[in-house]
Write a protein that binds this ligand. Sequence first.
Ligand code: HEM
Length: 304
Amino acid sequence: MAVAHQIAATPPPAPAWLDELALQPGPPWLSMGVRTLELEEWLISDGRFDEELALKELLLATRPHEVFAALAGCEEASDEILELIQAWRAAHPQEGHAASPRADLHPLDAAGRLVQEDLCVMVESDGRYRLEAASLCFPSHWRLHDKLGHSLATIHDPVPHYAEELAAKVDTFFDRLRADRPVQRRNLSIHNHDELFRPGPHESPGSFAPDPSGVDQVWLRSERQTLVRLARTGAVLFTIKTQQCPVVALAGRPDIAAALAVKLRAEQDDLLRAGRTVPFPLWLVGWLEMCRGEPERERERARA
Ligand code: HEM
């Protein structure tokens, strides 16, 4: 079946966050990608607010140990986070978002139930920042208990190229992060599902449909992450807001499809060379290339 036949005449809407993606192809394969964050724009509240908060409540009721954990000693930092979130929400009131924190819960658990973001607390000990507590209802293929208590370097152990390209930069960045200079970054991954709670292992090419006729079952998942140094306790709060869209939405954004095709082709070649698993279907690059459309190909021919 021709790949072009899989591109819908009316693609689903392409979300605005697609324009925030860093799509430069490797090498280098990883980048810090941090940008200044205006505190005014700290937390995201979108059309899925009620649905996501209800899902958090359900997960916290049915599998509490998988989605919340706190080591002893981070109560003060958690209190500070709860205060910060409450103050931010009081300054940015939204209709229907008026719930008060539950006093019977750990303060980080109470804070996590007020916002769509997941909340991770990084505390410094022996010169390393470690994950000491988290309200993590929407993990993208990792398990809280595998990472709890571990340093940034160990947490990122499974990430190809992290040790040589990023580990030192991230450690220095954490040391220097200032309370008055919060930052944001964004990642992108590709999945065969759009489930927010997905702690199990990453996909492989075989976990997707065998050819582009299954492109409707492929999603882009992006985490809008923020890093905020807590002024009083000195801990670092890492927030994660997960956003998703079907990959077929890129049919409406041929510029992004083209850039993503170049990036994924480089990544795929690098992973295959190293004998590692490619976490997306091998036909996706070809499908994205088809999305570029004739105007983009014309421009490329003119540039060549
Ligand atoms: C400036 C700060 C950070 C940078 C530059 C960074 C960078 C990265 C990169 C490049 C990846 C690979 C996937 C992706 O593109 O996102 C990744 C994965 C990941 N990061 Fe980070 N990260 C940072 C902070 C953190 C923090 C504070 C945590 C604490 C929970 C964290 C937890 C993870 C986890 C759990 C993964 C998935 C690892 C796995 O597959 O097991 N990151 N990070």
